[in-house]
Design a protein around this ligand. Structure first.
Ligand SMILES: C[S@@+](CC[C@H](N)C(=O)[O-])C[C@H]1O[C@@H](n2cnc3c(N)ncnc32)[C@H](O)[C@@H]1O
Length: 262
């Protein structure tokens, strides 16, 4: 079951990956050189993209605390020579404290890092592990999107409390404060609207929310009746597809910051 979850995640996480790719192209690519850390890499698709962009002269190390995701990542990207996967997290990763990295990249991870103390430690650890003038590129949730709240409430009301407890969102001003208090100079910090989320069918929706919530969202509770009622109210889409629109203030946050030169 756990194996299936990592694989389910890999197949169903295209949504955040597409946005992640755009972020890499628009913001990260100009700064890619030598040693890159992907912190919270999941099944490694964006790590592979970073490795491709940086080319053979650069190296990407990608870590995630989820053993199964790391196993799937290693298996899926084993032909990429300048990419290495390891178990790790914001509090423990190779090169911690050694001023090793030119770039630390982290896509949709910070809201999974438990409590403000752990988040503070994450900024400290990133700072201590970057070379002077090295940069961090983060995308993170600063609130639960209304769309997710609706999915949880309507399709899995039995698990609502557990679902809400999964994430530890902090607002953008709080994150900016943590970032600056730990020595970084903020280069960019802004909100962005989520892309619409499109599923081929109800099964795709069930799998996506099951995999992205580490199994807390129970697909079996999503009866056809619940799904039909939900789709009639909140989704559009043709040929069986389910398209979830995000509201104007359903945003996430982007942060780019630099460790000043010595
Ligand atoms: C939404 S996924 C994003 C994965 C990947 N960055 C991507 O965009 O495809 C969040 C990932 O953060 C990982 N994670 C959770 N807590 C973490 C921590 N303290 N440090 C690093 N990664 C963490 C999870 O295991 C999960 O794979």
């Amino acid at each position: 079951m756990m194996n299936k979850m990592a694989e389910g995640y890999q197949q169903n996480s295209r949504w955040q990956r597409n946005g992640g790719k755009r972020f890499v192209q628009n913001e990260v690519a100009p700064y890619l050189s030598n040693d890159i850390l992907d912190l919270g890499c999941g099944t490694g698709e964006l790590s592979a993209y970073l490795a491709e962009l940086v080319g053979p002269k650069g190296r990407v190390l990608a870590v995630d605390p989820d053993k199964e995701r790391i196993r799937v990542a290693q298996e899926s990207h084993k032909e990429i020579e300048n990419l290495t996967f390891a178990e790790g997290s914001t509090s423990s990763f190779p090169g911690l404290g050694l001023e090793t990295y030119n770039v630390i990249f982290s896509n949709f991870v910070l809201h999974w890092v438990k409590n403000i103390e752990e988040k503070e430690k994450a900024f400290q650890n990133m700072f201590r592990s970057l070379k002077p003038t090295g940069k961090i590129f983060l995308r993170y949730g600063d609130r639960l999107p209304i769309t997710f709240d609706r999915v949880f409430r309507e399709l899995n009301p039995e698990n609502m409390d557990r679902l809400l407890n999964l994430f530890e969102h902090e607002t953008r001003p709080v994150i900016e404060k943590l970032c600056e208090a730990n020595g970084f100079r903020i280069l960019k910090s802004f909100d962005e609207k989520h892309d619409d989320l499109v599923f081929e069918n109800g099964e795709g929706l069930r799998l996506f929310f099951w995999a992205t919530t580490n199994g807390v969202f129970d697909p079996q509770l999503v009866t056809e009746e619940r799904l039909e009622k939900f789709c009639a109210r909140y989704s559009s889409g043709e040929n069986g597809r389910i398209k979830l629109h995000f509201e104007e203030n359903d945003t996430f946050s982007v942060l780019v910051a630099e460790k000043p030169a010595d």
